[in-house]
Design a protein around this ligand. Sequence first.
Ligand SMILES: C[S@@+](CC[C@H](N)C(=O)[O-])C[C@H]1O[C@@H](n2cnc3c(N)ncnc32)[C@H](O)[C@@H]1O
Length: 282
Amino acid sequence: MTTPAPGIDPAEFQLMRRYIESHCGLHLSDEKTYLVDTRLTPLMAELGCRSFYELHAKASADTSHALRDRIIDALTTHETLWFRDSSPFAFLEAEVLPKLAARARAGAREATRIWCAACSTGQEAYSTAMTVLECARSAVGPPARLVEIVATDVSPSVLFLARAGRYDGFAMGRGLPDHMRERYFTRSGELWAVGEEVKRMVRFEKHNLQDSFGRLGVFDVVLCRNVLMYFADELKRDILQRMRAALRPGGYLLLGSAESPAGYCDRFELVKHGRGVFYRLA
Ligand SMILES: C[S@@+](CC[C@H](N)C(=O)[O-])C[C@H]1O[C@@H](n2cnc3c(N)ncnc32)[C@H](O)[C@@H]1O
């Protein structure tokens, strides 16, 4: 291993900032210089790069994009937990899934489609699947076999963990009610595995929110939570307008608690439920 020269200089920071923003949308303010430095220095050491210029040149020349993925992985935040913020899942249970069940009962042929955009290690998509299963069990939601959940992320490493669906005690302890753990997981050694009933409802795919949503199809519900806040205004506007186009009429958009379409896309009406605020295509 070569030890990189200590510290990132301002020109190197600008170079890496442009690189990361163009490849995953992450907008880094000047205060994030330390983050680029501390998170990429171990990768540089591993690759024998003596400067960020060298790392940038290597990544730009790597046609497999493996190094680009590692840089994105190192700089993006993957924080997530089960039933995060709870209110979106209460909203799905109380309003969204009963409406979709009524549509299915009225003879609609199409399956209910839910998209978890920026799904990280899978907790949000599996929490959604468990909510669907619970609602189907009590007959307030559509039958689970008629619900398809597509979960996407730009980061291959989080998708690998999401697809594996195995979580350690620390991850399991974050937000998952005991009765859900007992009902939908099996223990194997130190890990807990998501049961097949939940797992088969979710399809994980690599997808960058900067790219077209065309191949993903149309959705009744889009959860895009705790990711837009990392993007610049122009990209937020572009994503929200394309999400509007990816929603069926009357479809729902569920954002993170600090995020809103206001000022970026005016086609959503606000729906309040409990302590949460959600958006419906007007
Ligand atoms: C903070 S996590 C949020 C996870 C989950 N939605 C939640 O709220 O718990 C943000 C996720 O967004 C993903 N991400 C960042 N930029 C992305 C992009 N351009 N396209 C798709 N996913 C992206 C990251 O890899 C990360 O897994």
